[in-house]
Design a protein around this ligand. Structure first.
Ligand code: FE
Length: 159
């Protein structure tokens, strides 16, 4: 997964400006498994994702553009087979769209910055929100809290 980090000019964990790239461009930058989820709205096989049972403290970013999406504080243990969160890291980090494919009435969730498909949100989550954001591991990129603060300090030294 390291190969995609910073591999396109718009990848950033701090720039909040929207990313508008064609699927042809995305295809050049994203590994096939990431492209299939992000741009073709695919789904990874249940119970196979690297963050399904992940419990470390830190932040989950969009693997396609770097946008912060979820905090480990918003993650909970769900039996559904995918990483599950009860809230996004901030309101604007996520976009929502109705998804009536496959004979179901679901709500799709997308990255608020680059519109990558992330997964779906359901109303069977725990308090305080009652929501379950069911997200593909493949489109997430995790940074441990300590790593994130070290990077911030390093950045300050060099700037
Ligand atoms: Fe994104």
């Amino acid at each position: 997964m390291d190969s995609i980090k910073n591999s396109h000019p718009a990848f950033s964990k701090s720039d909040t400006s929207k990313v508008n790239m064609s699927n042809e461009e995305w295809k050049k930058y994203l590994p096939e498994e990431v492209y299939n989820i992000a741009r073709n709205k695919g789904t990874e096989r249940a119970f196979t994702g690297k963050y399904y049972e992940h419990k470390e403290v830190g932040t989950y970013y969009c693997a396609a553009c770097g946008n912060p999406l979820f905090s480990s504080n918003g993650k909970f243990e769900s039996s559904c087979g995918w990483p599950s969160f009860f809230e996004p890291i901030s309101k604007g980090s996520i976009l929502y769209a109705p998804d009536n494919n496959y004979g179901m009435n679901r709500t799709e969730v997308m990255c608020g910055r680059c519109k990558a498909h992330l997964g779906h949100v359901f109303e069977d989550g725990p308090p305080p929100t009652g929501l379950r954001y069911c997200i593909n591991s493949v489109i997430l990129d995790f940074d441990k809290a300590k790593q994130a603060s070290d990077k911030y300090k390093d950045g300050k030294k060099t700037n």
